[in-house]
Write a protein that binds this ligand. Structure first.
Ligand SMILES: Cc1ncc(C[n+]2csc(CCOP(=O)(O)OP(=O)(O)O)c2C)c(N)n1
Ligand SMILES: [Mg+2]
Length: 920
């Protein structure tokens, strides 16, 4: 059967259901094509077809763009812009940068130090950075506000080397690479961190990138957040751009590609990805059998991005112009990356034989070329003008984000031991011969003797600040608004909300039963009403607003959408109608916890990146927080993000029956592993009110001696209960530092125990207190432990102090002091695994046991689940009696009696907790 009339769902790219209204005309067109192929050949026909496609797109007839184009530069030589700089001068100091960057790593390999580092990544990308730094990337003093640059982590020596030429870093500082604490300058540690870590070099690095995949996503949300600030009228960010430098290997991370659709949908034309396609990752080729540039082109274009390929240097232009019948392009298209890599590890002669030699027509093209000239046919990423043309086009492109795919050589210019070698990523030391070769290549005025005398410590090179090259470099940066990278964080005085804003939390819920989630939402709502401060809140929700009772925010705060709402909302007549708006305040990122955490980072660092403090409140299913997106939180901590993180539907047994993948019995433990996360597990609304207030004061108020660059993690529950009003004379200091006595035991003359619990478990121990009194004549004090981990942290500090000064009077940990007068054994419980309360174990002088929900969550009612894990009130009572027996106060038979009385071995006998409020 003729191909053309064959039936099928898709034929020749056309859905079969589109009717052919004029088959004769169609046939004429197809016949013309046949004739073209027969007479002009396949290459010619292909060319004409591509032109037809191009024209049909120009005429807007709805033909989708091709996802892949030939393996050539997107911008042809005829479309290259005029280059405004002095290429020769820029080349000279680029070479010095390359040398110095390599020396930073090489010198850090000196005996006794040997701390590692990466040479080849920057070697492949120096041109990419230098074109940007000399002509595009705007600094903080630029009237437009400056750009956000995500520097590739493993290229960090290149940024340090440039700071050296700029006079921002001394040679001594460079020698402190990767010796942050042990390299002293002027009596103080002054070493440099391995990679871009703002927390560890806060005046320099702005965006952490080195955990692969985090940078791309954070760059997207940075660009998104810039538009959010603009659309909400908070800051004019219209001139600011985000540039992210990424590795081609890094693009294998799902996170790297996971949010491309958001950038396209939101039309983030303020965003540029530059992907350094050196065809290699750590171990070897990225796509040895394929072509990473082609793959990425199709992927990004399919996602709706503007794609610019920079593959060949200017030396190829002449050859391509002569390639009349497309033989050269054909070979370019067909050669796999593995071979391209091998060519760069070989020689001009090898390339002549194995690349050009594959077709007599291409062989003829280079007939007059010497092997040396063939070797000098460069890749586009090492051609300054090609890169400039791509950046300019990206810079000016509107309506879409742009990705620039640049082909480079890993280890470029470092000689045959480094260039394109599979092991190059890990190579740190250079031999004397390598050093001499590189020195010659870079034209560095250092003698053979200098290199031979001490090959472990070859000198850095700086021509002095008066050298014309350095003057030129400084002028370029001054014209662009100052150095990059640079991070600035100056305190901005904000008028914080007063007492009134927190009243709703402190008054309790009267007779109404509400969960702490609702208690929190009421506080947030009142805070957002604050005239001055309210606009700074950025609620971030990954599609769970209804679950947390936050749909009430929809009509007033509105959901941010740069395109507004261009449809008639199905629930427009409802009081709580779904409302999207260009100036919406809620960042609703869809079901996308990683994107939400990235948005938290952009909003939570706005105080530094934009000098506009914004206050993110990121609320999510606690199970899908630190566990799912832990590395994003780690990067947020590195970038010194501030804000609030709300782990809602918390607890292993409290989120009724959702089971194994929802029941969170460990997030406070995970949170405690983040040094800049302050984690709380509050029981009641009034505790939340104090914690939120304290967080706002610490992060956004005047300096109070505490680190303001923290995130507050607060767990919230969905179990309805009466929220008590704040007790008279509440120990607020205790609430904030981690524990306070909520209820003293009755004066029944019986033995004493101390019951400790956090969050939703506090009512369990209040019930246990009553049962111990009524059934066993035991007097129990009840403590609400708002933060096990803050108690531990403070205690650890005391231990550390002691270690370096053993003779001094030791500081007593807060938890130890709180328990000093507390009599009897301690029983600690929570809706989490035992390791959560056990954090304070060694600092409590009393006999200590804990109950917990260790194990995977199950689907069941709250009372059944709490009995199953043996954390319910009856379990607490029985454990209290066991502890009293173990400390010799009562006989063990009492405990056995209790276990029988409460039928502890029968899950169906549990009664602790309500069965209501499956959602908040
Ligand atoms: C999440 C994560 N996994 C692994 C690494 C270790 N690692 C560092 S660099 C690298 C290879 C990078 O290759 P590519 O992205 O192509 O960068 P290039 O150095 O080639 O420019 C790897 C695997 C990392 N930093 N982060
Ligand atoms: Mg690579």
């Amino acid at each position: 059967m003729d191909n053309r009339t064959q039936s099928g769902p898709i034929l020749n790219g056309l859905p079969s259901q589109v009717p052919d209204i004029d088959p004769e005309e169609t046939d004429e067109w197809l016949d013309s094509l046949d004739a073209l192929i027969d007479e002009g050949g396949r290459s010619r026909a292909r060319y004409v077809m591509l032109r037809m496609l191009e024209r049909s797109r120009q005429r807007q007839i709805g033909v989708p763009s091709l996802t892949a184009t030939d393996y050539v530069n997107t911008i042809g030589p005829e479309n290259e812009p005029w280059f405004p700089g002095d290429e020769e001068v820029e080349r000279r100091y680029r070479s010095w940068n390359r040398w110095n960057a390599a020396m930073i790593v090489h010198r850090a390999q000196r005996p006794g130090i040997e701390v590692g580092g990466h040479i080849s990544t920057y070697a492949s990308s120096a041109t990419l950075y230098e074109v940007g730094l000399n002509h595009f990337f705007r600094g903080k003093d630029h009237p437009g506000g400056g750009d956000h640059i995500f520097y590739q982590g493993h290229a960090s020596p290149g940024m340090y080397a440039r700071a050296f030429l700029e006079g921002r870093m001394s040679a001594d500082e460079l020698d402190g690479f990767r010796q942050q604490q042990s390299h002293f300058i002027d009596g103080r540690p002054a070493g440099l961190p391995s990679y871009p870590h703002p927390r560890q070099l806060p005046h320099f690095w702005e965006h952490p990138t080195v955990s692969m995949g985090i940078g791309p996503m954070n760059a997207i949300t940075q660009a998104q957040f810039d538009k959010y600030l603009l659309n909400r009228g908070i800051k004019d960010t219209s001139q600011q751009q985000t540039w992210a430098f990424l590795g081609d290997g890094e693009l294998d991370e799902p996170e790297s590609r996971g949010m491309l659709h958001v950038a396209a949908y939101e039309e983030l034309d303020n965003l540029n990805f530059v992907i350094n396609c050196n065809l290699q990752r750590l171990d070897g080729p990225v796509r040895g059998n394929g072509k990473i540039i082609q793959e990425l082109e199709a992927f990004f274009r399919g996602a709706g991005w503007n794609v610019i390929k920079v593959i060949w240097g200017r030396e190829w232009d002449e050859l391509l112009a002569k390639d009349r019948d497309g033989a050269l392009v054909n070979i370019m298209n067909e050669t796999p990356d593995g071979d391209y890599q091998t060519y760069k590890g070989e020689s001009g002669g090898f390339i002549r034989d194995n690349f050009f030699g594959r077709d007599p027509r291409t062989k003829a093209l280079v007939e007059d070329y010497s092997d040396e000239r063939i070797w000098r046919l460069k890749r586009g990423g090492h051609d300054y003008r090609k890169v400039f043309a791509a950046y300019k086009s990206a810079f000016e492109h509107t309506g879409q984000p742009t990705v620039i795919l640049v082909k480079t050589v890993k280890g470029y210019s470092l000689g045959p031991h480094f260039e394109a070698r599979n092991a190059t990523h890990q190579m740190k030391k250079m031999t004397v011969d390598d050093l001499k070769l590189a020195r010659d290549h870079f034209q560095i005025p250092i003698s053979d003797k200098q290199l031979e005398d001490d090959p472990k410590l070859p000198p850095y090179y700086h021509p002095g600040e008066d050298a014309p090259e350095i003057k030129y470099l400084q002028e370029r940066r001054a014209a662009l608004g100052g150095y990059s990278p640079e991070r600035r964080s100056t305190h901005i005085d904000l008028k914080l909300p007063g007492d009134k804003a927190y009243e709703v939390g402190k008054r309790g819920s009267g007779k109404q039963e509400i969960a702490t989630t609702m208690g929190f939402v009421r506080i947030l709502k009142d805070l957002m009403r604050d005239k001055e401060f309210g606009k700074r809140f950025v609620p971030i929700i990954p599609d769970e607003a209804r679950t947390f009772g936050m749909d009430s925010f929809f009509p007033t705060a509105k959901i941010y959408n740069p395109h507004g709402q261009n449809y008639v909302s199905v629930d427009r007549d409802l009081f709580l109608a779904y409302k999207e708006a260009t100036d919406g305040q809620l960042l609703h990122v869809g079901i996308n916890e990683a994107g939400a955490t990235a948005a938290l980072t952009a909003a939570g660092t706005s105080y530094a990146t934009h000098g506009e403090p914004m206050i993110p409140f990121y609320i999510f299913y606690s199970m899908f927080g630190f566990q799912r997106t832990g590395d994003f939180f780690w990067a947020a901590g590195d970038q010194m993000a501030r804000g609030f993180v709300l782990g809602a539907t918390a607890g292993r047994t409290t989120l009724v029956a959702e089971g194994l993948q929802h029941g969170d019995g460990h997030s406070p433990l995970l949170a405690s592993t983040y040094p800049s996360v302050v984690s709380y597990d509050p029981a009641y609304g009034y505790e939340i009110a104090h914690i939120v207030r304290d967080g706002l004061e610490r992060m956004y108020g005047p300096d109070d001696g505490r680190d303001p660059d923290v995130l507050y993690y607060i767990t919230l529950y969905n179990e309805p209960m009466v929220q008590p009003a704040e007790p008279e004379g509440l120990d607020v200091d205790g609430v904030l530092r981690g524990m306070y006595r909520l209820a003293s035991g009755p004066d029944n003359g019986g033995p004493k125990v101390q019951l400790l619990a956090s969050g939703v478990a506090v009512p369990w121990i209040l019930e246990a207190q009553r049962m111990l009194d009524e059934d066993w004549g035991v007097s129990a004090d009840v403590w609400s432990v708002t933060s096990w981990s803050e108690l531990r942290r403070e205690a650890l500090e005391c231990d550390d102090e002691r270690l370096t000064n053993p003779e001094a009077e030791p500081r007593v940990p807060f938890v130890t002091a709180q328990m000093a007068e507390a009599e009897g054994p301690v029983i600690a419980t929570s809706d989490y695994m035992r390791a959560v309360p056990d954090q304070i174990r060694q600092y409590v002088p009393n006999h200590f046991t804990s109950l917990g929900t260790d194990g995977y969550a199950i689907s069941d009612t709250r009372p059944a689940a709490r009995r199953y894990y043996l954390v319910d009130s009856a379990s607490v009572v029985t454990q209290a009696l066991i502890s009293l027996a173990d400390t010799g106060v009562i006989p063990i038979e009492k405990a056995a009696e209790a276990a029988r009385k409460y039928e502890l071995d029968d899950v169906r006998a549990g009664t602790t907790g309500s069965t209501e409020g499956a959602s908040a």
